[in-house]
Design a protein. Structure first.
Length: 275
């Protein structure tokens, strides 16, 4: 009887171990005020991440700064993030979804009105740097087409790291310690009060295309590859198409949203149902 009891206990323990789900950490950027970050990741968690991944993974969420997020995604930890910019360098250590999770309106050039003339024509960041203008950038992010020019030691570029680096940049701009920053509109809207925003002007950047894609991104390990396979499958579902449409229509001007959804359909085969 003791032997039978031992076998039953051993079988129970082995079954519990076999069915235990692997842990997957979803990392979120600490770009904005904490409440904004939490609301954003929770929205993606409920609409996409849990429906796609919760059956196979024990999901944990952490909010961290951009530099730590990239370091962890590049390591051996089983981790993913929802909306990262894909670059050639990052692709060496991370994997990206086949379809963008979100399409951003491109970054713009921002400065005080006394520094930058308003207008509709794009401005070249490369030419501004050659004319001795000073820029502030976040060191842990990629500015894609501008990365090489910002890395050129001949130019005056202040690089900011650490918590809430975007807020630090805005303070440098208003104190006139730098002339320009390159930023997304929504980033400044969160960090800068309305009376200060009114002191700024912005222009399109000549080196940039109109939109930029963000992708679901995971570490290159067994859990990361499995999570990415499940996300890629989920992104083809009707529920995901509805979420993509909802996000882009809520977060963008109607003309931009329409152009973005056309790209999703024409380039990625995502079909959207009419409301």
């Amino acid at each position: 009887m003791r032997l039978i009891g031992f076998i039953v206990i051993l079988f129970t323990l082995n079954t519990a171990t076999a069915t235990e789900k692997p842990k997957l950490t979803i990392l979120s950027h600490a770009y904005f005020a904490n409440e904004f970050d939490k609301n954003s990741v929770n929205r993606h968690l409920n609409a996409v991440i849990k429906p796609a991944l919760a059956d196979e993974f024990d999901i944990d969420v952490e909010i961290t700064n951009h530099a730590r997020l990239l370091k962890r995604l590049s390591g051996n930890e089983a981790s993913c993030t929802y909306n990262a910019i894909k670059t050639q360098n990052r692709s060496k250590t991370m994997i990206f979804s086949t379809i963008p999770t979100y399409m951003h309106v491109q970054r713009r050039l921002y400065a005080l009105k006394s520094t930058l003339k308003s207008g509709s024509e794009p401005v070249s960041v490369t030419e501004l740097l050659k004319s001795k203008a000073s820029f502030g950038i976040v060191g842990s992010t990629s500015y894609r087409e501008l990365d090489s020019i910002f890395a050129d030691k001949k130019f005056n570029v202040a690089t900011i790291y650490g918590e809430n680096a975007f807020l630090q940049l805005s303070r440098l701009l208003f104190s006139k310690r730098i002339d320009y920053i390159v930023a997304y509109k929504q980033t400044l809207d969160v960090h800068i009060p309305a009376h200060e925003l009114n002191q700024l002007t912005s222009r399109r950047i000549a080196e940039y295309p109109e939109f930029i894609n963000g992708f679901f991104t995971c570490s290159k390990n067994t859990e990361g590859y499995r999570a990415m396979s499940l996300i890629n499958d989920y992104m083809q579902k009707v529920e995901m198409a509805a979420y993509i449409k909802e996000l882009h229509q809520q977060m963008n001007d109607p003309s931009d949203a329409e152009a973005m959804l056309e790209i999703y359909t024409n380039e990625y085969g995502i079909l959207f149902q009419n409301d």
